[in-house]
Design a binder for this molecule. Structure first.
Ligand SMILES: [Zn+2]
Length: 407
């Protein structure tokens, strides 16, 4: 039976040689042309910057920043950064005017992410003013510290505390300075852990930490357990011994929810083979980042094995029909190979990422994939694709956008 979610992978696997035609001389012009396309699609009137980094104009500003940091694009650096500043200033203005302070504290869908990216762009431009968006970002910790600050679920990545911690992590990496005090980080981590304990206890779960978002117990990176645990691991130095135990027990619990190299979108669901989700947002391509982090910290081989199995599934079922993006599209699949390359140093994974890059520009992909609602978006559209193409050219420093594991 034909799979409705992905194209068949007819590529031969790695035989010891990379694809010379997927080098900088081809990829750089393709990336530049794709950026031009993105900039043509972005609204001229930026008074409405809804969608945050996920699918608002702010995500384009991040992409331009990311490209401008790559030496292969040095001749475009000034133009890209200038445009990035223009967009992020409009987005920050929009976030400033947001009446709901909880939305202002959201990472991928609201103000926190916008302020974080504004600080990065300002810093990159050498503007001392970067402290302004940074202090706005810092002031938001107070908003997300109360245990149930959001009714829909206070802990996930897009609007909750894991997102806030993720933004702080990326900021620390890009700015090279401490963003939050130890006490601030501890209090956020403790709120996440307490919230997860209370939920697991209330719902009589047989494991220590669980969360829900709009009533659904997601497991994947987008709104689920895996990215919450990933952030707790990223700050594990701030946790007590007992808190660390809870986190690692939960990591192992999630590892045991694997069904044939994949994870269901929701806790307890059974994966139907023909219809399974192999997305960053739901499934192995997103959960892999948690186990990558667990491996980097503990060196436990079972975590690396889990990542490798995820990569095999993505090679089989990752040529997605849902577009070129990073959330549930081709670039999101290909980023798993770049992650595996960084974990193992095995060039096979660069080769696989090159094949996925190649497929992105085939007629089969263009005619057979869903049409895009947001062409320029970072997570669903071409801005994420551009980030991937740039990272393919510098695989040693590649990272899924705004989702750092190697820090
Ligand atoms: Zn998605």
């Amino acid at each position: 039976m034909e799979n409705t979610r992905c194209f068949a992978n007819r590529f031969s696997d790695y035989k010891g040689a990379l694809l010379p035609e997927q080098g900088a001389h081809t990829i750089v012009p393709i990336a530049v042309a794709t950026i031009d396309k993105v900039l043509q699609k972005i609204p001229v009137d930026l008074s409405d910057c809804d969608g945050g980094l996920y699918d608002g104009p702010a995500g384009v500003a991040f992409m331009l920043y990311h490209v401008s940091e790559c030496p292969l694009f040095s001749e475009h650096r000034d133009t890209y950064l200038k445009t990035a500043k223009h967009i992020i200033d409009a987005a920050a203005k929009y976030a400033d005017a947001e009446p709901d302070k909880n939305m202002r504290a959201a990472f991928l869908l609201g103000g926190a992410g916008i302020y974080a990216v504004a600080a990065m762009i300002y810093k990159s431009l050498g503007l001392a003013d970067f402290v302004k968006p940074l202090s706005k970002f810092r002031s938001l910790w107070e908003v997300c510290a109360p245990i149930s600050f959001l009714e829909c679920g206070s802990d996930e990545l897009f609007v909750g505390r894991a997102g806030y911690l993720c933004a702080a992590l990326v900021l620390r990496q890009k700015l090279g300075m401490e963003i939050l005090s130890k006490d601030q980080i501890k209090s956020i981590c403790q709120a996440i852990i307490e919230s997860g304990r209370q939920y697991a206890w209330r719902k009589r779960k047989p494991f220590p930490l669980m969360y829900s978002y709009y009533g659904t117990e997601y497991l994947g990176a987008a709104h689920g357990l895996s990215s919450v645990l990933q952030m707790l691991l990223s700050y594990q130095d701030m946790l007590s011994g007992a808190e660390k135990d809870l986190v690692w027990q939960s990591v192992d619990f999630l590892m045991n929810q694997e069904q044939n190299c994949n994870w269901p979108a929701e806790l307890g669901a059974i994966i139907e083979r023909e219809n399974e989700l192999v997305h960053w947002c739901h499934g192995a391509p997103g959960v892999a980042y948690l186990f990558a982090k667990a491996y980097l910290i503990s060196k436990g081989p079972q975590y690396l094995d889990t990542c490798i199995r995820s990569g095999e599934l993505v090679w089989q079922k990752g040529l997605l029909k849902k577009g070129p993006g990073i959330c549930h599209g081709m670039a999101g699949s290909a980023y798993v190979f770049l992650l595996l390359y960084r974990l193992t140093g095995n060039s096979k994974y660069i080769y696989r990422a090159q094949r996925f890059a190649e497929f992105l520009f085939t007629k089969e992909f263009k005619t057979g994939s869903c049409s895009l609602t947001s062409v320029y978006s970072l997570f669903e559209g071409l801005s994420g694709t551009v980030c991937f193409l740039v990272d393919l050219l510098q695989p040693d420093q590649s990272e899924f956008p705004l989702f750092s594991v190697f820090v």
